[in-house]
Design a protein around this ligand. Sequence first.
Ligand SMILES: C[S@@+](CC[C@H](N)C(=O)[O-])C[C@H]1O[C@@H](n2cnc3c(N)ncnc32)[C@H](O)[C@@H]1O
Length: 214
Amino acid sequence: MHKTHAHDGAPGAISHARSYELFSAIAFAGRRRRIFGRLVELAEVGAGDVVLDVGCGPGYLTALAARAATPNGRALGVDVSEPMIAQAQRLRAGANCAFEVGAAQGLSAADATFDVVLSSLAIHHITEEARATAFAEMFRVLRPGGRVLIADFLPPEGPLARHLVGSTAGRTMRDNPVERIAPMLGDAGFDVRATTQVSWFLHCVRADKPGGDE
Ligand SMILES: C[S@@+](CC[C@H](N)C(=O)[O-])C[C@H]1O[C@@H](n2cnc3c(N)ncnc32)[C@H](O)[C@@H]1O
């Protein structure tokens, strides 16, 4: 297990890893596999791909991506919360699926390491000032022609639903500015390819790093 405590208490870190895993399994109402599977499809993860999952939490998406990258590919999940990484390692580490503590805005990987970067429900946890740096880091660690798929919470529109989200999850989620993700990815140098709604609460942006063979 990764031993560093450098990110303990970092802004946005979720430390209650066991209850998050339970919450995630329940909140997706039996559709977690299908919804996260759709993210893997939208990012076109395939055999041999090397995948990074930023803000991986307990690693459900990371493990699906690792499976889709088989054979010869692998997935790495990074999260700022040490308890989340410990939980991910307990539940989902495997031959081609690994986890490490790290922050989106300061990734430890070398330039052009990954074919695909995924991030699900993590961007709204990153402070607004740090988001541009996080997208720049994703750009840096992707190879030319690599793909990024950002999925984040789409706040509901109705006043009652907004009130419920605000009072249970807080203003950050109620007012999450998902419409800024695509332009920010553009500012980081990506070519934005598609914006997709996957289920009522997930806004997804697929973008590519210019270059490569295609
Ligand atoms: C709501 S959870 C989502 C987990 C998982 N991706 C999923 O979809 O179930 C958000 C995760 O982002 C992590 N996080 C928050 N800020 C971060 C940052 N700056 N860098 C990396 N991870 C971060 C939190 O610790 C938490 O595990």
